[in-house]
Design a protein. Structure first.
Length: 138
């Protein structure tokens, strides 16, 4: 199973008037975690796109647990939990690095598409990286 942890530091621009991270930034951090997990596993998303395969977002879930604030160092734990021939699901845990306080959990669902945005099968070389211990290909 593809797993990775990426760190980001909360920038002032990511906070709202109350001094906490604005909720939409967690979705951005999930994307950072997803791309860096792929990179750490040897999958270059730009190269994947040049080969004609994109990973479209079908849905996003975020559950907020505690507030992040300016200058916090954040761990984004990213795990690919399910891969099918045309789709995958990724889960995230976002924690404050200093005390491992859980700030948010989330998930994204993705569809593999070609450059014309038509669904395609995930190429074997990427499927092998994404699956690991995931369910068998359907």
């Amino acid at each position: 199973m593809l797993e990775n942890t990426t760190q980001v530091r909360v920038r002032y621009a990511e906070t709202d008037q109350m001094g906490v991270v604005y909720h939409a930034n967690y979705v951005v951090w999930m994307e950072v975690g997803r791309v860096e997990a792929m990179r750490a596993a040897g999958v270059n998303y730009a190269e994947m796109e040049r080969e004609g395969v994109r990973v479209a977002v079908l849905g996003v879930e975020v559950n907020y647990k505690s507030a992040a604030r300016y200058d916090d160092l954040i761990d984004i734990k990213t795990t690919v939990v399910e891969v099918q021939s045309r789709m995958m699901r990724i889960e995230y845990a976002i924690l404050r690095a200093s005390d491992q306080q859980l700030l948010a959990t989330g998930a994204t669902r993705h569809l593999f598409v070609n450059l014309e945005m038509k669904p395609v099968r995930c190429p074997e070389k990427y499927y092998a990286v994404f699956t690991g211990a995931c369910l068998p290909r359907t």
